[in-house]
Design a binder for this molecule. Structure first.
Ligand code: B12
Length: 215
């Protein structure tokens, strides 16, 4: 049986090296060996995606490579996700989640969704490039407890502020907690625009929401 570290680095390499189908096979070997799905996702698949992102910044990988890397990552996720330790108690709390207007980066948002679902929350996923007013309409329609917005681009960060302003104008701000995240987001930006919180990754996002809702 392969040891955990070997399989984790193989998972990471599979994503980086665009091993589309092999990623799922290695993920199966990892699960069959009895290792925890959460580590396989974060220390294997996400690690590979982060290494790919670094090569993109260094202009060694370009958009087509990144797309195949993300496809490999999703192939592995499909295998690992059903094995995440689920909190079997539904928390009876609803979260509206989406990527803001102008931005189509959704890998991080999808990871946040997976972790929150595993923690027992009900997720309403609005996808990516979501118009500001659509977030507000969805909060009004669903009475959700939390609005979670993601962006990876500095040019679209201002949409988050716009959504908060719209919530205020439509008297909905006090009925929903707003959290934000994504690579260019910081705690100080979150405070500046009047959000209730920020977290740097998907695991911390669960803790943040648990705290905000006192569950
Ligand atoms: C993959 C990628 C793409 C893929 C996206 C595929 C997809 N479906 O998502 C493709 C190739 C399509 C793409 C396209 C573009 N991209 Co791009 N892309 C990236 C790249 C390399 C990695 C992003 C990623 O997936 N990271 C891995 C995930 C796991 O991390 P993450 O998203 O940060 O998410 C984690 C946390 O941030 C957090 N989180 C995320 N969301 C949320 C939300 C909440 C509520 C919380 C609490 C936490 C949280 O939790 C997540 C998991 O732990 C980044 C570079 C980088 N280093 O980030 C550039 C980058 C984001 N892209 C960039 C750009 C400019 C573009 C393009 C305009 C084209 C171009 N010229 O390159 C287009 C965008 C078109 C558009 N309008 O949307 C720039 C943005 C620059 C900026 N600061 O504004 C970056 C930074 C690259 C660069 N340095 O130039 N891109």
């Amino acid at each position: 049986m392969k040891n955990k570290e070997t399989l984790l680095s193989k998972l990471s390499d599979c994503v980086l090296e665009m091993e589309d189908e092999l990623t799922a096979d290695v993920a199966k070997q990892y699960i069959d060996a009895g290792y925890p799905a959460i580590d396989g996702i974060l220390d294997g698949l996400v690690d590979g995606m982060q290494r790919a992102a670094k090569l993109f910044e260094e202009e060694e990988y370009f958009i087509p490579e990144l797309l195949v890397c993300s496809e490999s990552m999703y192939n592995g996720l499909n295998v690992l996700k059903p094995h995440l330790d689920k909190n079997n108690f539904s928390k009876s709390k609803k979260i509206v989640l989406g990527v803001v207007e102008g931005d189509t980066h959704d890998i991080g948002k999808n990871l946040v969704k997976i972790m929150l679902e595993a923690a027992g929350y009900e997720l309403i996923d609005m996808g990516r490039n979501v118009p500001c007013q659509s977030f507000v309409d969805k909060i009004a329609e669903t009475n959700a407890d939390v609005l979670a917005m993601s962006t990876l681009m500095s040019s679209t960060m201002s949409s988050m502020q716009k959504v908060i302003e719209l919530l205020k104008e439509q008297n909905l701000r006090d009925s929903v907690k707003v959290i934000i995240g994504g690579a260019p987001i910081s705690l100080s930006f979150s405070k500046k625009i009047g959000a209730d919180g920020y977290s740097p990754n998907a695991v911390e996002a669960v803790k943040l929401i648990d705290e905000l809702l006192s569950v």
